[in-house]
Write a protein that binds this ligand. Structure first.
Ligand code: URP
Ligand code: ZN
Ligand code: ZN
Length: 484
């Protein structure tokens, strides 16, 4: 199978240049001027368009069992929707129940993901601790290509990791050369605030953001960052949604700490007024954690993305349809947390980022693909238009437009948080493993075509990192023995 993309402008994270791209056997074989197509090759005319690395969404939850139900989007429909919107790889999450062996959960998720039609990989959540978790983290990194472990600092009574779990897991991750990631919200405070707000008679979705104010996220982000600092392990903060968490990340980076920040497309463009909407279903459809914030926070997040303090964009794609959301009709605490977005992230980011001058096309590539590939150690297999890289590409029409709607999207959910938004800048084609899987608004995908992507650890580099406590520990004071 060979494919020539002719006459476009290649955009990589470092530069943009005029070149043809020739793909063979799932890889990019050549990038250069006036490439010839062999007989039988498919040819795309990319005149006036950009050729960019396919998007990597480093934060999705396909068919996640969560809050008493299961996310409606499975690995096939979810990766297909991603391809329709120009995202060619996801990193999803294995989330063991407390006390569930890590390897058992890992095997379950691997099986569910076999139907994916785009490439995928897994972060593994550490939701509890004992010797078997310590051992299985080793097995996952050494034998299964897992280099990142996730910690939910919220969801008390379910998957929350307390400080003891964080410390044990961070130390083990450091030993293995893996990166730690956190959902930063103080679960204890959320629990208490939820109770107080509910007892005050606020039972609707408007109670959700009230119980998860920015301070709750800022505290947890700062705590995780400081724990990581003391233990000398790199940290990646997922779905940074507010100024307080951003400031914690910025501070740490200015101090030379290896901390990364992710922001969701939704948090950049949707504000918290949605929770006061008179229609319960509309408000509940936006219940996700951390919640959507006020404009002040959105502006801060854009600045963080522009400044490079936040490196990646994601969606936290986690779909629940209205009948599922209705589990919390009388109690906002029972509304399954999650919103969709995998199909729309790329266009929303281009429209609100590139078209407004906030991001250059190369910066767009950086925050939608390359940085994720580098942070999670799959670069340059992914995240680059270069000879030898996987042929996961988008042909991007900067003049093309689309009006986002649940009526036309490919996501398996009855609601779209970007409903009615007309975006300028869309993928005319998506290429996955060298095959055109999206063109002329049509998907041509194959169940099971997606591959599991191994992500090697950073073990060699970590040798150079030292535990701060070790480095700075003073010598014990020598004292004369007291007289007997
Ligand atoms: O509300 C959300 N974000 N649901 C998915 C689980 C998580 O916290 O990432
Ligand atoms: Zn989360
Ligand atoms: Zn998530």
């Amino acid at each position: 199978m060979s494919l020539l993309i002719r006459g476009g402008t290649v955009v990589n994270a470092d530069r943009a240049f005029r070149a043809d791209v020739y793909c063979e056997n799932g890889k990019i074989a050549a990038v250069g001027d006036n490439l010839e197509a062999p007989a039988g090759a498919e040819v795309i005319d990319a005149g006036g368009q950009y050729v960019m690395p396919g998007g990597i969404d480093p934060h999705t939850h396909m068919q996640l069992p969560f809050m008493g139900t299961v996310a409606s989007e499975d690995f096939f429909t979810g990766t297909a929707a991603g391809l329709a919107g120009g995202t060619t790889m996801i990193i999803d999450f294995v989330i063991p129940n407390p006390q569930q062996p890590l390897m058992e959960a890992y095997r379950a998720w691997r099986e569910w993901a076999e139907k994916s039609c785009a490439d995928y990989s897994f972060h593994v959540a550490i939701t509890w601790w004992d010797d078997s978790v310590h051992r299985d983290m080793g097995t996952l990194t050494r034998e299964h290509g897992v280099n990142s472990f996730k910690h939910f600092m919220a969801y008390k009574g379910a998957i929350m990791a307390d400080d003891e779990v964080l410390v044990n897991s961070f130390l083990r991750a450091r030993e293995l050369g893996a990166i730690c990631t956190v959902h930063a919200e103080n679960g204890e405070l959320v629990f208490r605030l939820q109770q107080e707000i509910f007892e005050r008679g606020i039972t609707g979705p408007e109670g959700h953001p009230l119980s998860r104010p920015p301070e709750v996220e800022g505290e947890a982000a700062n705590r995780a960052i400081r724990i990581a600092e003391v233990l000398g392990v790199p940290l990646y903060v997922v779905h940074t949604s507010c100024r307080q968490a951003l400031e914690a990340i910025t501070r740490a980076r200015l101090e030379g700490q290896r901390v990364f920040g992710e922001v969701l497309a939704g948090h950049l463009v949707i504000d918290d007024s949605v929770y006061r909407h008179p229609d319960w279903s509309f408000a509940a459809a936006h219940v996700m954690s951390p919640p959507f914030r006020s404009k002040e926070h959105q502006d801060a997040l854009w600045r963080g993305l522009q400044a490079g303090t936040l490196q990646t964009t994601a969606t936290d794609h986690c779909c629940f349809c209205d009948p599922q959301k209705r589990m919390g009709i009388d109690d906002f605490r029972k509304i399954p947390n999650g919103t969709a977005g995998i199909e729309d992230r790329m266009s929303v980011l281009w429209h609100h980022g590139v078209n407004t001058g906030r991001l250059t096309p190369s910066e767009f590539v950086r925050v939608t693909s390359t940085n994720a590939a580098q942070i999670f150690n799959i670069y340059p297999r992914k995240g680059a238009v270069a000879a030898g890289s996987d042929a996961d590409l988008v042909v991007w029409d900067p003049q093309g437009t689309r009006t986002i709607s649940a009526k036309t999207h490919h996501q398996n959910i009855d609601f779209n948080i970007f409903e009615g938004m007309t975006v300028k800048g869309i993928n005319s084609h998506t290429v996955s493993q060298g095959k055109v899987v999206w063109k002329d608004g049509q998907l041509d995908v194959e169940k099971g075509a997606g591959r599991y992507v191994d992500r090697p650890t950073f073990a060699p580099f970590y040798e150079a990192l030292k535990i701060k406590a070790e480095v700075e520990a003073p010598e014990p004071v020598e004292r004369a023995k007291a007289a007997e």
